[in-house]
Design a protein around this ligand. Sequence first.
Ligand SMILES: [Zn+2]
Length: 232
Amino acid sequence: MALVGGGGNPQPGEISLAHNGVLFLDELPEFKRSALEVMRQPLEERRVTISRAKFTVDYPSSFMLVASMNPCPCGYYNHPEKECICPPGMVQKYLSKISGPLLDRIDLHVEVTPVNFSELSSDRAAEKSELIRDRVIKARDVQVERFGNRPDLHSNAQMSPQMVRDLCKIDAAGQTLLKRAMEKLGLSARAYDRILKVSRTIADLAGSEEIKLEHLAEAIHFRSLDREGWAG
Ligand SMILES: [Zn+2]
């Protein structure tokens, strides 16, 4: 299998070739569901085990998964101007090619709607990339300091469940918000931890020691594909 690796004489797959880097999967629903499901273990454990009759091999696979997909087969679901021509149930079926447990392991779901010409040509001042870069570098530095004595840890995403409890504390209002979101979006315990880690990173980007309500709300907002209402 090309993604996770394999063969009679097991070779590393794309996920190991992307170790310590980014793996970009374009048109995610075009991949076989079975091929995507085997990424679940490496996404959790940052290594992949390939078993053969006489031996097993472990390949490292600590990669950042970035994937893209259309909103539906025709491409116009939720489009501001054009109409989706997919038959009823098709949008839901398309999204269901990505399993819940795999979606669980994807921290940021971002819907990108088309930008029309007047928006493109407007001179509204956007934040400069250099400034964003500075902010990212600072947030990374905070994390290096946080995990300084742990050579195997470099970023918030790699925290163990126990570390999440210790380092991603939220106040009572935050707990209420998160509990409501969990119920409303039907989130798993894994998604719960992942939301806290993302909140920690958003707080780091904002230069805040505490995870504030707004950081938590933003992290919850990034779970849009968990929402049952997506393709209702
Ligand atoms: Zn469509």
